[in-house]
Design a binder for this molecule. Structure first.
Ligand code: PAZ
Length: 355
């Protein structure tokens, strides 16, 4: 372990992975063997990794207290689970890496907090005439008003189960997320351009290295508590350059100040060299997003102008849906996924034509 691992610092990805502990679920090969066989089974398809939900940052080794990110505790996160369904519909095999207990594709339509399934079931008791000699149990049925929607979700769910095109993986902490992302991206690297990474999870920007964590529960009674945290390493860079070379990578940027979205998205593309940043603001994220990407002409000389006017090198396209209550039920993820699939197809064709 490097000597400086216990000082407050900016962790490079290498230092982070060398000093933080691999999660127990990655200590043996069981989980990653499952991931690798899923990828091998679908090697002729396009495969997308969808990350979803928020990460926690534990404050103690025997964790009682932790910080949570924009996550299931506030409102169920829907972007990842909804997008995964649309990718499946488009013929992708999906690795869905989500925060434990957060919404999942298909079952998200019947979430206990927004649409509890017990509310749309009915009990049909035996009719009076049959009572006495009829041994039938009461029947459970679905309310007529819910049947068409349930049938459609159930059909899609059963088809995905039969084809085995959905693999779900869970994380809780930022360590779980980063180690798992590294392993899964490396495994998907074998797919080259057919791999897509759709990074919608809300990942903590700061963490407490285990070398500075208290072993036991932090005790109160000593006045205020000060904790100095380190910056989580920017792992998009090694992901794009080393772990999944040739993959099509889409990251998300959430802001509350709309004016920051495009400049920060451009900066991220310039810094990490990936393909698209999807910008969204907290209050309009269900209705409006912006896709920021390098202009075709600047792809050839990427990073040629690191300090210049970035608007010359990147372009934006907005996706917006009607947010009025009278609008038909529509999910913005349907349009996002359609557009990404179109661009991913182009990406694959461009790579194949270079072979
Ligand atoms: O699931 P949801 O619609 O409530 O939220 C989705 C989101 C805002 C977490 C996602 O679109 C996003 O921007 N993820 C990246 C967050 C970040 O900048 O860390």
């Amino acid at each position: 372990m490097p000597d400086n691992a216990t000082d407050t610092q900016t962790f490079s990805a290498d230092l982070y992975f060398a000093t933080q502990q691999k999660p127990a679920f990655l200590q043996d090969d069981k989980l990653m063997n499952e991931v690798r066989s899923f990828i091998a089974k679908h090697k002729n398809k396009r495969v997308v990794l969808v990350t979803s939900g928020g990460t926690t940052v534990p404050l103690e080794l025997n964790v009682v207290r932790f910080l949570d990110n924009f996550s299931a505790g506030m409102l169920p996160r829907t972007r990842g689970a909804t997008s995964a369904e649309y990718f499946l519909k488009q013929g992708y095999a999906v690795i869905f890496m989500h925060r434990q207990f957060s919404l999942q594709p298909f079952s998200r339509n019947y979430s206990h907090s927004t649409h509890p399934f017990l509310d749309f079931l009915e009990i049909e008791e035996n009719s009076k005439e049959n009572k006495g000699n009829d041994q039938r149990q009461p029947q459970i049925t679905v309310k007529p008003s819910e049947r068409a929607a349930l049938l459609s979700v159930l059909r899609a769910y059963k088809a995905v189960q039969a084809e085995g095109t959905l693999l779900t993986l869970t994380f809780v902490t930022v360590d779980d997320y980063l180690f798992l992302l590294r392993e899964v991206s490396r495994a998907m690297g074998t797919l080259g351009p057919r791999a897509m990474f759709y990074l919608a999870a809300a990942v903590s920007d700061f963490f407490l290295p285990r070398q500075r964590m208290s072993e036991h529960k932090i005790q109160s009674g000593k006045g205020s508590l000060s904790i100095e945290m380190d910056q989580v390493p920017k792992i998009l860079k090694p992901m794009v350059a080393d772990w999944a070379v040739g993959g099509f990578t889409v990251s998300f940027k959430l802001e509350t100040d709309q004016a920051l979205i495009i400049p920060k998205a451009r900066k991220a593309l310039q810094r990490y060299g990936h393909q698209i940043v999807i910008g969204n603001d907290l209050h309009h994220r269900k209705y409006r997003v912006v896709l920021v990407s390098p202009k075709r002409s600047s792809l050839l000389n990427a990073h040629a102008n690191p300090d210049g006017d970035l608007s010359a090198e990147y372009e934006e396209s907005w996706i917006e849906i009607d947010s009025s209550p009278s609008a038909l039920h529509k999910e913005i993820e349907e349009d996002i996924v359609k557009e990404l699939v179109r661009r991913h197809d182009e990406w694959i064709s461009r790579h194949e034509s270079q072979l």
